[in-house]
Design a protein around this ligand. Sequence first.
Ligand code: ADP
Ligand code: MG
Length: 409
Amino acid sequence: MSSVEEIIGDVIQAPSVFKNKSILYPEYLPDRLPHREKQLKMLAQVFKPLLASPGETSQRVVLAGSYGTGKTATSRLFGKTFSLIAKNHGLNVKYVHVNCYKARTLPQVIHSIASGLEIFVPPRGLSVREMLKGILDELERKKQYAIVALDEFDYFTAANAGTPAIYTIIRLYDDDMNRKKRMHFIFIVRSPQVLDALEPAISTFFLRNTIHFTPYTTKEIYDILGDRVPQAFFEGAVDDEVIKYISILEGADAEGAGSARTALEILVRAGESADSSGRSMVTIDDVRKAHVVVKPELAMLQDTIETLSPHELIVLLAIVKTLKESSSPFVRIGEVEKTYKMLCENYGERQRRHTQVYTYIMGMRSMRIVQTKSSGKGYRGKSTLIGISNAPLDILERRIEEILTKKLV
Ligand code: ADP
Ligand code: MG
């Protein structure tokens, strides 16, 4: 038996597909954000007056978009870069990022802003107004400007719905028009609807000043992953086909929700799956396995297949076996039918006609067991391509064979 030291040592020394895994973590801030150029430009437009006429107005802008669309990364990268540019203009601008999921009450938010600005505010004994005044005075003394990003602002509005707390920040300068405007805001929300609950004047202002982050398309996810892969993986570890497949799984115009975060997570898990099998390359089946881990709701597939008829199960088994042999994400229906014919002979079942097999496949597609697409150019004639993304093939194959044996006796 191996000693504990050997067990741990083996794992630590085992080769890995990753050159630098942390490049793929959500908290890593890349120095480029493909397909967010437009949003960065709009942010620059909003904060341009801060350089041209510092202190004249307080800028406020909303970033809105669903999970994983790059709102946080864009805001951080903008803040970091804008501060640098401002410095070259001789202006002291500090970017502060506050997560309202963690700081939901007004005093917590103000404390987070203060600590981000490295300004001391006593933990208790001061009113909200006094705290804010303390921060603004200190900014004045330091001749500093602040861009405050309130991320996950949905949580703040939900926790403070109908209370004046919401307006304290939004209306910071309203009753002190003559003060130099040193504090500026980026409000980050998932859904712009949360802003409808605010006073009409404010929600109208917000809606007019919203920068939208749309879910990423297949091509956009492909570009985003493609940009990270060479930094994160050793050369040759991740095939173009793997990146393409993940893009289809997560692209908003294909199977997914368009989240770069989910796509990156599938990529990390797929790499880990290759590592744990001691392989130097990530396979399509690693991606399938990762896909189920990242989206556990897909595991339902295992129950769904129980409801299939024996003949549908044979067709599904044919798809699984053909996919396994090809090691690509999709196979042509013609190839599946060849395997299917063989399986029918093995199981002593009468072979169904092409149109019937096609109908079975479309049925399983509507149950989200398989995915289909039309072969584009490059194939002779048009053909239906079939893939399975919601389970690793080995596990699925064993499961189908089990159920078939039960059902066919
Ligand atoms: P959100 O805040 O909208 O939920 P994030 O900004 O946290 O999304 O992005 C999620 C992950 O995806 C992060 O790891 C981020 O670096 C990455 N990401 C998002 N958009 C892009 C992009 N356009 N280019 C490169 N990476 C991106
Ligand atoms: Mg975010």
